[in-house]
Design a binder for this molecule. Structure first.
Ligand code: TMP
Ligand code: ASP
Length: 236
């Protein structure tokens, strides 16, 4: 069966319901706009399981998502959406591109979360944008941006607490949103939430438990993902 869409880490397939798609999680990993590539056995399985746990928990807290249901090890069913071309990034602690761009030491805590937007365009390298850019690029209206910012802050509060319960600090994360095919006036949380899209540090040891292990060649990438999944499963 041919996918309708193939991204860097997932594939989307049609189902018998035109408003529902099957999302398959791949073992491929990329970093730095796909300059760095690798495959990790079981990454798809772990990211699917972690995303499923997190999305169920977010739904229970009143956050609407595209999740429909679980199929198997690497597949979920999701509502068909049209993804807004915006990556919404929330930062609680300085790391990654923030530290690099601003010259602020990794680990510096912010007084309040930072919410920022990137324009989803690989050819442009997903550039940093603000609400005015989003409006003029047709990526999202001012009201949409305000809604995304508000939802992102809620997701952040819920996730900080969720990860804290399993001994992990939520440093930052990226989320995406989509308009429902069945009702484009509704914007819901879409895509994955996993160690590919979050920075997670072990509260006791400070160890990095996310894709930075791959980006920075720290080794034991899948061991870290497995540990995150194990802790979340034990706590649920
Ligand atoms: P950054 O510090 O590289 O901007 O990343 C911020 C957060 O967003 C971090 O948790 C990793 C995540 N992220 C993605 O999920 N996809 C991406 O393409 C990028 C650049 C970051
Ligand atoms: N996901 C992005 C890429 O492929 C970047 C990253 O997560 O570092 O290249």
């Amino acid at each position: 069966m041919q996918p309708l869409y193939e991204g860097k880490a997932k594939r989307l397939y049609a189902t018998e319901d035109p408003n529902v798609l099957r999302m398959e999680y791949k073992d491929d990993a990329t970093a730095f706009n796909a300059l760095k590539k690798a495959q990790f056995e079981n990454k798809g399985r772990m990211n699917k399981a972690i995303t499923l746990l997190i999305y169920k928990m977010l739904e229970a807290k009143g956050v609407t998502t595209h999740l429909v249901g679980d199929i198997d090890d690497i597949n979920l069913t999701v509502k068909k959406v049209s993804i807004l071309p915006l990556e919404v990034i929330v930062r609680n602690i300085a790391a990654g591109s923030f530290s690099k761009r601003m010259g602020v030491a990794e680990g510096t805590k912010f007084t309040k979360p930072i919410v920022e937007f990137s324009y989803k365009d690989d050819a442009l390298g997903d550039p940093f944008i603000n609400d005015d850019y989003a409006r003029e690029l047709g990526a999202g209206s001012e009201e949409d941006c305000e809604y995304l910012r508000q939802q992102a802050k809620i997701v952040n509060e819920v996730l900080i607490d969720f990860f804290k319960q399993v001994g992990l600090t939520l440093v930052d994360f990226k989320i995406e949103f989509g308009r429902l095919a069945e009702d484009p006036t509704k914007i819901v949380l879409a895509d994955e939430i996993s160690p590919d899209t979050c920075r997670l540090w072990d509260i006791e040891t400070g160890a990095k438990m996310d894709k930075d292990r791959f980006r920075q060649d720290l080794g034991n990438v899948m061991e870290a993902y497995e540990e995150v999944l194990k802790r979340l499963q034990e706590n649920s």
